[in-house]
Design a binder for this molecule. Structure first.
Ligand code: ADP
Ligand code: F6P
Length: 326
C-alpha cells in the first residue's frame, strides 16, 4: 500500500474481551483523525464485519471510554470466519464503505482472522489483546496486567480469611491452554502450590506439598489452579479433603471477574501506545503485521510469524515460585 493512499480505516475488537481494548480503540480513532484519516467501527468483531455492521467513529464517540473495561465495539465469536465465502463477503462490506485498511484488536484467534484478510490482499494491522498473555511477538498483551491485579486482589483477600481459620484455599484462575495468569498470580500472591497446563502435577504431590506447609506451621495454604491444569478444582478439593493434610479446604472459582473491570495504568498506556502505533504503521504503508511490546519499545512483527509460533511460558518463574513457597 502506498504511504499516501490512506483515507479511511476501520477498527474492531474480537475474541475474548480484555481490559484496555477501549483505550486502544480511542487511540486508533484519534491518531487517525489527527492525520485526517476517517475511522469506522466494526461492531461485534468478524460477525459484524460479515454482516456489514459498520459505523463511522468520531473523536467524541470514543470520549469517556479510556477507563472502561470490556469493549464499546462489542465482540463476538464467529468460527465460520475461516470459510472463504464469509471472508469475501467481509471484504465486500469493507469495500462498500471505501475502507482502505483494518485494525484488529484481539487474541490469537482474532489474529488468524486478520491473517486471512491480509492473505486476500487487504491491509490489516493486528494489536494483541487477551488476558491469557498467550500471543507470540509481544511481551505483554492488552488486559493481562489488569487481570493479574484482579487475581492478586482475590488472593490477598483469601489469605486473610485462610490464615484466620488455618485453612487451605484453592483459587481457580482463567487460562484454558496457558498458565501465565496462574503462575504470575501465584508468585505475586505468595501461593504455596501453583498448577498450570504446562506442568503435570500429580494430586499426590499437591497433597504432600500442602501437608508439608502444615507441618512447617504455616497458617494457610494457597493453591492456584489454572482452569486448564488438567485437574478440575473440585477434584483437587475432594482429594485434599480425603488426604487430610491438616488444613480444611475451601474453593473459589474466580471466573469472568478476571476479564472485566477498569484497566490498570499499565494496560491503558500499553493499549494507547499500541493503538497509536497501529495507525502510524498504516500511515507509513505497512500492513500484515502485529504491533507489540518488545522490552520497553513498541515494534512490529509479521502476523504470519505470530500465528505460526506458540508463545512458551518461561518456566524459570515456576521454579522460583516453588523455591519461595518454603
Ligand atoms: P481470541 O482472539 O481471543 O483468541 P478466538 O480464538 O475465539 O478468540 O477467536 C476469535 C475469532 O477469530 C473467532 O471467533 C473467529 O471469528 C476468528 N478466527 C479464529 N481462528 C480463525 C482462523 N483460523 N481463521 C479465520 N478466523 C479465525
Ligand atoms: O479471554 C481468554 C479466556 O479468558 C480464557 O482464559 C478462557 O478459557 C476463555 O477466555 C473463556 O472465554 P469464554 O467464556 O468467553 O468462552
Amino acid at each position: 500500500m502506498a504511504a499516501n493512499k490512506l483515507h479511511r480505516i476501520a477498527v474492531m475488537t474480537s475474541g475474548g474481551d480484555a481490559p484496555g481494548m477501549n483505550a486502544c480503540v480511542r487511540a486508533v480513532v484519534r491518531t487517525a483523525l489527527f492525520h485526517d484519516v476517517q475511522v469506522y467501527g466494526v461492531y461485534r468483531a468478524y460477525a459484524g464485519l460479515a454482516a456489514g455492521n459498520i459505523e463511522p467513529l468520531g473523536a467524541r464517540n470514543v470520549g469517556g471510554i479510556i477507563q472502561k473495561g470490556g469493549t464499546v465495539l462489542q465482540t463476538a465469536r464467529l468460527p465460520e470466519f475461516s470459510q472463504p465465502e464469509i471472508q469475501q463477503k467481509s471484504l465486500e462490506n469493507l469495500r462498500a464503505w471505501d475502507i482502505d485498511a483494518l485494525v484488529v484488536i484481539g487474541g490469537d484467534g482474532s489474529l488468524r482472522g486478520a491473517m486471512a484478510l491480509h492473505q486476500l490482499g487487504f491491509p490489516v494491522v493486528g494489536v494483541p489483546a487477551s488476558i491469557d498473555n498467550d500471543i507470540w511477538g509481544t511481551n505483554m498483551a492488552i488486559g493481562v496486567d489488569t487481570a493479574l491485579n484482579t487475581i492478586l486482589e482475590a488472593i490477598d483477600a483469601l489469605r486473610d480469611t485462610a490464615s484466620s481459620h488455618q485453612r487451605a484455599f484453592l483459587l481457580e484462575t482463567m487460562g484454558r491452554h496457558n498458565g501465565y495468569l496462574a503462575l504470575m498470580g501465584g508468585i505475586t500472591g505468595g501461593a504455596e502450590v501453583i498448577l498450570i497446563p504446562e506442568i503435570n502435577t500429580p494430586l499426590e504431590e499437591v497433597a504432600e506439598r500442602v501437608r508439608q506447609a502444615y507441618i512447617r506451621r504455616k497458617t494457610h495454604a494457597i493453591i492456584v489452579n489454572a482452569e486448564g491444569s488438567g485437574h478440575s478444582t473440585t477434584e483437587i478439593a475432594n482429594y485434599l479433603n480425603e488426604q487430610q493434610t491438616g488444613f480444611e479446604v475451601r474453593v473459589t472459582i474466580l471466573g469472568h471477574v478476571q476479564r472485566g473491570g477498569r484497566p490498570s495504568a499499565f494496560d491503558r498506556l500499553l493499549a494507547t501506545r499500541l493503538g497509536n502505533a497501529a495507525v502510524v504503521q498504516l500511515l507509513q504503508g505497512n500492513s500484515g503485521i502485529m504491533v507489540g511490546l518488545q522490552g520497553r519499545s513498541i515494534s512490529s512483527v509479521p502476523i504470519e510469524d505470530v500465528v505460526t509460533h506458540d508463545r512458551k511460558l518461561n518456566l524459570d518463574y515456576y521454579e522460583m515460585g516453588r523455591m519461595l513457597a518454603l
